[in-house]
Design a protein around this ligand. Structure first.
Ligand code: GLA
Length: 386
């Protein structure tokens, strides 16, 4: 503890990076199926401070969230027992495969992002570190390379076979915009995030069922199985993205009920993302919100990644005309719901839903209103650059 205090006090920051969390309006579990998503970064972030330490291989990384110091030897990288350390070690390992430019450095990591809330504190951690090291050591990696290496770090060191959405949103987002991302081509379009007079309210169940990581990988495998079966006949099918409803029906008796429902959900969700982005462009927030509800019901009944706490919050919102859309967000099994709620009703709704949630589960619900914000930013001597 004493050591950490003096480490923080003596730190001479050369570079500060703001690495944001993300929200996703619609398009859940579609990214690893090469489909579409509609996320953006938010105004809550992890702040990284960096300094070079003139050593060849030695690094010290202090997490103020855990009040823990991670000592690293860059020439001996290997996975750790602690999850947060693996995000860091994974990024360093992935960078070392494509560049030998990283030398000894120290870093302070200060997070405003709740963990397990479905707002991607993990992608923010990976991408902020990668972004900062790229700048500090002039590695000349492009933004998309940073995004992709951060995703690979999560696969190799953490063990979650995540898609590209979280890292992409954390790095590539722009102020007041949402990203319509095609996860197959990685092409994207920025859409004006005009939800007026509605606000974006996140309600955190404060539960994180430990199924999350294992079930996530299982869903991926299930989607993969459907693709395998269909691609034997249709060889242009490389992912569920290329599967249509009529193709799926053709294979219905070759698939278990579970596999059929998983794929059916993904096909429908991809269509919803495209419809939702058109509605947003027309500023039809009501229509947009209806698709959010449909997305939730698909995740609940067909894809089965919701949980009683999330379902309760979505059900509760349906009695309020002032809420036009509500759904679980992220991998599922806990975390936040995202809600579009009339600006005038935010405060009294929070009071009501908190009370009801506590009565039902005896758990404190936390909430915050957020806005679509820019992706990762470097701050040097008070100036900001994307
Ligand atoms: C997690 C993953 C993402 C995505 C979502 C579900 O956040 O990291 O890649 O698959 O779940 O949409």
């Amino acid at each position: 503890m004493v050591i950490n205090q003096s480490f923080v006090k003596d730190f001479k920051s050369e570079l500060v990076v703001d690495s944001p969390g993300r929200i996703n309006f619609i398009g859940e579990h579609t990214d690893y199926n090469n489909g579409f998503v509609l996320p953006t970064a938010i105004d809550k972030k992890i702040v990284f401070s960096f300094q070079k330490n003139d050593s060849e291989h030695m690094c010290k990384i202090y997490s103020s969230t855990y009040d823990e110091m991670l000592d690293i030897n860059l020439s001996k990288l290997e996975p750790s027992e602690k999850e947060w350390e693996n995000y860091i070690l994974g990024v360093l390992s992935e960078i070392s495969k494509i560049s030998d430019g990283v030398k000894g450095f120290d870093c302070i990591v200060d997070s405003q992002l709740p963990i397990g809330a479905g707002i991607s504190s993990s992608a923010a951690l990976e991408c902020g570190l990668a972004y900062g090291l790229n700048e500090l050591f002039n590695l000349n990696l492009s933004k998309i390379e940073l995004v992709e290496l951060s995703q690979r770090a999560e696969h190799s060191y953490v063990g979650t076979k995540c898609g590209i959405m979280d890292q992409f949103a954390s790095v590539m987002s722009e102020d007041k915009k949402v990203i319509l991302l095609d996860c197959r081509s990685k092409h994207y379009r920025l859409i004006e995030a005009n939800f007026e007079p509605y606000k974006i309210l996140l309600l955190n169940t404060n539960v994180s069922h430990n199924l999350a990581s294992s079930e996530y990988n299982t869903r991926r495998e299930e989607c993969e199985k459907v693709k395998e079966i269909i691609s034997k006949t249709y060889n242009k099918v490389k992912s569920l993205r290329e599967v249509t409803k009529s193709m799926l029906d053709e294979f219905r008796n070759k698939l278990t009920d579970v596999l059929y429902r998983r794929a059916y959900y993904v096909i429908e969700e991809n269509n919803r993302v495209l419809q939702a982005s058109e509605l947003l462009e027309k500023e039809d927030v009501q229509g947009f919100g209806k698709l959010m509800y449909q997305s939730h019901r698909g995740l609940q009944h067909l894809y089965e990644v919701s949980c009683p706490e999330l379902d309760f919050l979505v059900d509760f919102s349906e009695d309020y005309n002032e809420i036009v859309g509500s759904r679980m967000m992220g991998g599922g099994f806990g975390g936040c719901t995202i809600n579009l709620i009339h600006a005038d009703r935010v405060n009294d709704y929070i009071l009501n839903v908190k009370k009801a949630y506590r009565k039902e589960f005896d758990i404190e619900l936390t909430s915050f209103v957020t806005v679509p914000s820019h992706g990762t930013i470097i701050r040097t001597n008070g100036t900001k650059k994307h």
